[in-house]
Ligand binder design. Sequence first.
Ligand code: ZN
Length: 365
Amino acid sequence: MEYLARCPSCGREYDDPLRFRCDCGSPLDISVQLREFKREDVMDTTSMWRYVNFFPYIEKRDIVTLGEGWTPLLRFEGNVYVKMDFLNPTGSFKDRGASTIISAILNRVRGLIAEDSSGNAGASIAAYAARAGIKARIYVPSSISGRKIDQIRAYGAELIRVEGSREKVSEEAMRPEKGKVYVGHAWHPIFRDGMRTLAYEIVEQLGWTPPDRIYIPVSSGTGLLGILEGFKHLSGPFPELIACQTEVVSPLYHRFRGEPYTPPERLETVADALIVTKPPLLGLMVEKLRMVGGSVEVVGEEEIADAFHQLAARGIFVEPTSAVPLACYKKQVEVGEVDRGDRVVLLLTGSGLKMKPSIIKRLLS
Ligand SMILES: [Zn+2]
């Protein structure tokens, strides 16, 4: 086990994989020295663990897997491809992070693991905890309901409803307690480190050539930052990463442009997996996205609904959050920001089968 995390604000280092926050309050970044990415080090396994050799802090025998990753990359139209990550075991891309964090800390858990999430991440952690035979406690906002909550309960996780803001839910999940280990996706550097595998897969599935542009729906920032680190590690040509948000919830869009952001009082959007208004990783996202020449795009509700129907009309049933990348791409094509010849990948993160009944009703009415 070689593990090291570093604070991007004050430089303090931690070798304990259970640490998710610096003493100064900042999120941590993994700073493990990875071996050079060589194709011959890729294993012959049809899961994301074909890249296990690039996770030096994980012992092969400890891997907790449900067969996550290595999801299809399909041609959607022309040079536009879709990465079908909603086909993961729990129906979302979060399984990459859940498998990684639980494999990394499994031997150190004596009591239970805790996550705060109102949806996909909670379901993922609950599933992988069940697979590993450990207890999970998922903290959710008090008002939340729907299929993702049912899924969390079905896996046998304990559900804790917390009154108050989304930040209050996080605080409760992180509150130290004997035997409790916090693995939350919004903070834990190991969770988002698992998302590096998305970069490797996209490049390998395109015949070892990176695309020109990748459109990624962004809420907490785990997917965006993980993919970014993956491409850094691949050290080839860097695709343009486009962080995609909605007009309703767009903290990254505003911070990236140096504008103030005040979220609306009611977060009414069909893209209900993109509702984090104050992501802890916001500063890190802005800094890193600038460093690699990325950008941020936003779209409105109508554009999202259109994209949802366009995907479904081709047999691809995703939650509206996963239609945001296609909507952003179409918008950029229209204003001439994208060359039609560009090779583009859209990340589809969550399954349509988990949609809230009220949302699918709205989309079909
Ligand atoms: Zn610090």
